[in-house]
Design a binder for this molecule. Sequence first.
Ligand code: IMJ
Length: 260
Amino acid sequence: MLLDLSNKKILVTGIANNRSIAWGIAQQLKAAGAELGITYLPDEKGRFEAKVKELTAPLKPSLFLPLNVQDQNQIKEVFTSIKEKWGQLDGLVHCLAFAGKEELIGDYSATTAEGFSRALEISAYSLAPLCNQAKPLFSEGAGVVTLTYLGAERAIPNYNVMGVAKAALEASVRYLSAELGPERQVRVNAISAGPIRTLASSAIGGILDMIHNVEEKAPLRRTVTQIEVGNTATFLLSDMASGISGQTIYVDAGYCINGM
Ligand code: IMJ
């Protein structure tokens, strides 16, 4: 085994279906020997719960919990369960984002205050309260990984308020890194993934053009897979990455180095 995560207990958020980047991450963490906790977004019909439960069953998660980050009580309950079951936490994987469909098309200047607040609350702010609750449980050398996108630093068509949210998320990674590092060597990093066909991207106009553009122009002349992002997350949560914190690591087939 290239990377050893045995004896590490890691919470993975943001699995919606078998195309989720969080699913690629969970599979690779498990392959490296980690013990997993999985969260799902609770909805009235329990659709995500059933789907995510079936999908993740082969990974034998020792915790399977509802988590809507807009509900502070659910955040608290997740970490109460972790404290009871594990007593500590070695890794936290944050793969949560949401903006209203109408916010992801057309003019950025048309973003409403409510749309802006919701996108930033779910996609950026949520990392802070999760880290805050996890803080007393983090073991020496524990790691936090979140997902970002190039739209945080470049104006990418239609990414709009999500770009602003990802910029806030990347800045949060630096502030959380500064906060969590000193006491117990906890590291916080972001992975900037290239475009992948997922639930979060399939609904978006122009995603296929974006993918074709990457296939033509990225140094590797292809897109990346959820598994490749999963391998990088596994590395970042392993002791092999003990000197890396506060960074945005690009897993994008080299796309972002291009001038045009
Ligand atoms: C999203 C919007 C516009 C352009 C986009 C994307 N490109 C890529 C994405 C070029 C790659 C996917 N991405 C990086 C995201 O962060 C997506 C977040 C997202 C997607 C949806 C779709 C369905 C919905 N709300 C969403 N909120 C966030 O209702």
